[in-house]
Design a binder for this molecule. Structure first.
Ligand code: UDP
Length: 234
């Protein structure tokens, strides 16, 4: 089967790497996710990954501290995750580069757009750490920004929930899942798929977002092969 996409931006939340524990890193979970990423990379799909940091720290968590400093801590958390993903991919023989939006050259390459594209063209998976490098932003917004910069055809937004619902399916058992949504519906209805900055950036740059569940990591492959699971926002 031919992949639907040549180049995608995969957004993995920090939580997605934590497994059952809900905190830190779960080797098994990361292993299953990276096994799938390897399969997709071997189909010739160019994969860039933006990783969150919520499994360690979120700046907006409400702690009594300066928000900018709390966000700096959040960005550092994303670097731990980026390195964990890089390591798991390399263990599986997948050439991978990590780039960070804030320079830490001893640890990873600095983010350079053209270099990131070059890596992708050479078949390397690129993992972006440190979000946008700025406080008051999220890694969802980073995903939108990087997708626009590298000309990704779509954002694959892997979530705990298997799509976008009209209300929280964990609370409301009658919640209804959408197959398709427009950006403006997401914004107007306040649907919690992405924050509004990220959604607006995707809208302004016409980047489709496929939201799906990561309960089965094979879903990444299914989406890349064109299966219409989850919810498409465009
Ligand atoms: N963050 C930031 N600027 C960015 C991206 C992230 O300051 O451009 C910080 C922010 O504190 C955020 C944390 O990094 O809470 C982790 O990112 P996010 O909450 O998006 O992670 P996720 O929920 O996807 O795991």
């Amino acid at each position: 089967m031919e992949p639907k996409y040549k180049r995608v931006l995969l957004k993995l939340s920090g939580e997605a790497l934590a497994g059952e524990k809900g905190f830190g890193l779960c080797e098994d979970t990361i292993g299953r996710i990276t096994d799938t990423i390897k399969e997709c990379a071997e189909m010739g799909v160019q994969i860039a990954i933006v990783v969150g940091g919520g499994n360690f720290w979120r700046g907006r968590s409400g702690v009594k501290m300066d928000r900018t400093r709390a966000d700096h801590m959040g960005m550092l958390a994303t670097v731990i995750n980026a390195l964990a993903i890089q390591d798991a991919l390399e263990q599986r023989g997948v050439p991978t580069r990590a780039q960070t939006a804030i320079e830490m050259r001893q640890i990873a390459e600095p983010y350079i757009r053209n270099k990131a594209i070059r890596h992708l063209e050479k078949g390397r998976v690129v993992v972006f750490g440190c979000g946008t490098g700025n406080p008051f932003f999220s890694t969802d917004t980073t995903a939108a920004l990087r997708a626009a910069e590298i000309d990704a055809e779509a954002i694959l937004l892997a979530k705990k929930v298997d799509g976008v619902y009209d209300s929280d399916p964990n609370i409301n058992k009658d919640a209804v899942k959408f197959d398709n949504l427009s950006y403006i519906e997401v914004l107007n209805r306040g649907l919690g798929v992405m924050d509004s900055t990220a959604t607006s950036l995707c809208m302004d740059n016409s980047i489709p977002i496929r939201v799906f569940g990561l309960d089965d990591p094979d879903n990444i492959k299914k989406v890349i092969l064109g299966e219409e699971i989850g919810t498409l926002v465009k």
